[in-house]
Design a protein around this ligand. Structure first.
Ligand code: AR6
Length: 175
């Protein structure tokens, strides 16, 4: 499995599945969630509403993941996950690991060969980008590929991309 670090907008990525850093309501929000909903169009919100009503009436729990179609996105699927919110005291690394791992597992179940992740929890949810990079990159490196050929981390800003490059180089040097 190849890991690529990309600076840019995840909604433009030509991959089979993009991961959305959503919230438990599944009904959209700001940040990457807002960007994905804008780019995918209103059908995405409809699909999320349906999931919420039929499968997650109490909301999608932190660390879990669920897929919809990608609608207007180049990606065929959106995998919605909920990262932990440090500003609400959710600082257990296991919760962030679960968000990455369950998103990957969902991609495997879909048969996706390429997946793009944002820096889950590194925005509104207040996690340090370095912790997100360490947990995200470690989780992906340890995950059995199972058909996934490429995992991209799509970082919205140069400073965050630089953090990911440094952490990946550190992990590689320890192999
Ligand atoms: N492409 C890639 N990354 C992006 C994009 C984009 N188009 N837009 C923002 N980012 P955040 P969270 C980066 O806040 O911390 C939402 O309201 C951003 O710079 O989107 O998990 C949800 O509905 C940051 O590095 O997600 C939830 O309520 C990273 O994506 C809450 O925010 C994550 O920032 C989730 O907070």
């Amino acid at each position: 499995m190849e890991i690529a670090l990309v600076t840019g907008d995840i909604t433009r990525r030509n991959v089979q599945a993009v991961v959305n850093a959503a919230n438990s309501s599944l009904l959209g929000g700001g940040g990457v969630d807002g960007a994905i909903h804008r780019a995918a169009g209103p059908e995405l919100l409809e699909a999320c509403r349906k999931l919420r009503e039929e499968t997650y009436p109490g909301g999608l729990p932190v660390g879990e993941a669920v897929a919809t179609e990608g609608f207007g996105l180049p990606a065929r699927w959106v995998i919605h996950t909920v990262g932990p919110n440090a500003r609400a005291g959710q600082t257990d690394p296991e919760l962030l690991r679960a968000a990455f791992a369950n998103s990957l597992q969902t991609a495997v179940s879909l048969g996706a060969s390429s997946v793009a992740f944002p820096a889950i929890s590194a925005g509104v949810y207040g996690w340090d980008a370095r912790d997100v990079a360490e947990i995200g990159l470690r989780t992906v490196r340890e995950h059995p590929g199972n058909g996934i050929e490429t995992v991209e981390f799509v970082l919205f800003s140069d400073p965050v991309a630089q953090v990911f490059r440094t952490v990946l180089a550190d992990l590689d040097s320890r192999d």
